[in-house]
Every structure is written in C-alpha cells, then in structure tokens.
Design a protein around this ligand. Structure first.
Ligand SMILES: [Mn+2]
Length: 247
C-alpha cells in the first residue's frame, strides 16, 4: 500500500475567471504531482466551512492518513500567537488556521510525519507555540534580502546555509539555492524544534524536530523546483519514507 499523504486545501478562488483557476488553490497541483513523483498517494483535505467543526474534523481525518503536507497560502492570523495584526500583514484565513493547527498537533501526537512548505513552516511553528514576523520588511531589523521574489516562482533567487548535521543536509546538501515567495517568517521557535537553514540575512528557512524525524519544514517551495532541481524531490521522498516507518 502506498503511503497516503494528505495535502490541506486552500479556499476556492471565487474571483478567478475560469473553473481551473478557481480550483488551483484548492487542489495545489504542484504539490500533488510532487507526491506522485516521489511515490506517495496524495489526497486533498478540504478545510471546513466553520471554525466550530474544524478541530473535530482534523481529529477524524487522522487515522486515515500516513503523512501530512502543509502547503503555502495566506498569512497565519496573528491572534493565534497572541498578537494583533500589524498594518503590513497580508490576507489571513481563520478557517484554514483553525483546521491546520489541530491537525498539526494531532499528526505529531500520533507519531506521524509532516512536511511544511512556506506558510506550512510558519503555521506548524505557531501550532506548537512559536511566533512569526507578521511582515519581515517592517519588523525584522536584519532583513536585507528580497524574500518576496519578482522572478518566476520556480526560479531559485537566494542561497541558504544548511546545518551539516541535519536531516535536511542529508537530503539536499549544506549549500542550498532556493526560491522565495514570503513576506513573513518564523520569529521564535517552539521547544522541540531547531533551525536547520537560514538565509544570509538570518531569516529562518528550515526547521526540524530535535528528538525524532516527524517534523521537517522549509520556507521555500520545493514543489515548484524539483523538475529543474531534482534534489528538491528528495524532500517529498523523505516524507514518504518517514510515513512508511511510522505505520
Ligand atoms: Mn526566503
């Protein structure tokens, strides 16, 4: 049996002119295709219609999945880490947060692995007690690089330094060149996690769990890079390998 890898859906894009464009954020094709290419079986988890049902729905899905992918998406609502929204925050989606946060906690509590991508890294850290820069440009005094690239989304634009003794380094090496499509980043880490990659200006670019192999999350988008940069597919192969050993 192929490991069943859940990919959390975004909202439909109701403003888009065509059906395919409306569906694009709901079933993120690049992530789904990367899971298939890496040997997993992807399923889409629709986010709930109400905050009230979100935690129960997350719990109900859990026995059916072997691993979890947290995709990119809107900014995490800062009230989830005890802050009011600053002027420069982007769009938020409380339903997405209300579903993903209990899903992340339940996944890890059940000993199942996750892979976070971009927002996925951020929301996973918030779910475990971390905080974010709501907007790097206005809040991080060391911020210097362009992390919200204007280049095509699949193109790598900045380098990352990866900790030699890390799961991530075993997959992609210690010198990374990655795409960057974010204006937020992790500010404080929850206990149990450690930074394993950062950009030249100190922005956190990847995080792993300290005591086990359940948590790996990156600030870039490997799903948009792997066709031209095959080492990025190893992140998905690794999630599937971790899912197989956790069954
Ligand atoms: Mn970046």
């Amino acid at each position: 049996m192929l490991p069943l890898i859940a990919v959390v859906a975004d909202a439909l894009d109701d403003a888009a002119p065509t059906l395919n464009q409306r569906l694009a954020p709901y079933a993120p094709a690049p992530l789904v295709e990367a899971v298939v290419a890496a040997g997993g079986l992807p399923i889409i988890l629709p986010r709930p219609a109400s905050e009230v049902a979100a935690a129960a729905l997350a719990e109900a899905y859990l026995p059916h999945i072997d691993g979890l992918i947290l995709p990119g998406g809107p900014d995490v609502d800062p009230t989830y880490y005890g802050e009011e929204p600053v002027a420069a925050i982007g769009a938020t989606d409380r339903l997405r947060d209300a579903f993903e946060i209990p899903l992340i906690r339940a996944t890890l509590a059940a000993g199942k692995p996750l892979l976070g991508v971009c927002r996925g890294l951020q929301v996973a850290c918030v779910a475990l007690g971390g905080t974010l820069y709501q907007d790097l440009a206005t809040q991080d005094p060391d911020y210097r690089l362009r992390h919200a690239q204007a280049a095509p989304g699949a193109n790598p634009t900045h380098h990352v330094t990866i900790a030699p003794a890390s799961r991530l380094a075993a997959l992609v090496g210690t010198a990374g060149f990655v795409n960057s499509r974010h204006h937020q980043a992790v500010r404080t880490l929850p206990t149990g996690l450690r930074v394993v990659a950062h950009a030249q200006d100190g922005v956190i670019e990847a995080v792993e769990s300290v005591a086990n192999d359940r948590f790996l999350a990156v600030q870039w988008h490997p799903e948009n890079m792997w066709r031209a940069h095959p080492e990025q597919l190893t992140l998905f192969k690794d999630l599937i390998a971790r899912a197989e050993t956790s069954r």
